[in-house]
Design a binder for this molecule. Structure first.
Ligand SMILES: [Fe+2]
Ligand SMILES: [Fe+2]
Length: 171
């Protein structure tokens, strides 16, 4: 059984994961408008992953004897004018999410809630992957600068990203 505090922190994390999905959906729309279908696909896959993150925590809350409370999801920021700015903002956002996950782990350890700590370790690993993936694309965009040919090559590369649904028992 999770504590009330842990329960609320997990509910807040569900909200953050849905916000991530919403933020990335906005990025997908931007790239669709730019006819950069590969970049749009990259964020379409990311939106699906974020929804999975939210649902994984949503399911855990009930499983661990807690109560789900759905908080309001804010309108996402939309002040960006280039692919590079979008990936800078994505990296910054994922770094914030990592901090939030670490805070959850700190709380689980402080409460000696080893069940929740073990559950959260999946997210700790996932955040390392998220930051690395985004950083890699950002570095390529920094190399590309304003070369449209190179940008289209990266767009073609990002078109190959495929969403893998998680195994049923893990969501
Ligand atoms: Fe996430
Ligand atoms: Fe991921």
């Amino acid at each position: 059984m999770i504590s009330e505090k842990m329960n609320d922190l997990l509910n807040r994390q569900v909200q953050k994961e849905f916000y991530s999905a919403y933020l990335y959906l906005g990025f997908e729309a931007y790239f669709q408008h730019q006819n950069l279908d590969g970049f749009a696909n990259f964020f379409r896959v990311q939106v699906q992953e974020e929804r999975d993150h939210a649902m994984k925590i949503f399911n855990y809350i009930t499983q661990a004897g807690g109560k789900v409370k759905l908080y309001q999801v804010d309108e996402p920021e939309d002040n960006f004018n280039s692919a590079e700015e979008i990936f800078e903002q994505t990296l910054k956002h994922e770094q914030e999410v990592t901090k939030s996950i670490y805070n959850l782990v700190d709380n689980a350890l402080a409460e000696k809630d080893h069940g929740t700590n073990t559950f959260l370790q999946w997210f700790v690993t996932e955040q390392v992957e998220e930051e690395a993936t985004v950083d890699k694309v950002l570095r390529k965009l920094q190399l590309i600068k304003n070369d449209p040919h190179a940008l289209l090559m990266l767009d073609a590369e990002l078109a190959t990203r495929v969403y893998t649904a998680p195994a049923a028992e893990t969501v």
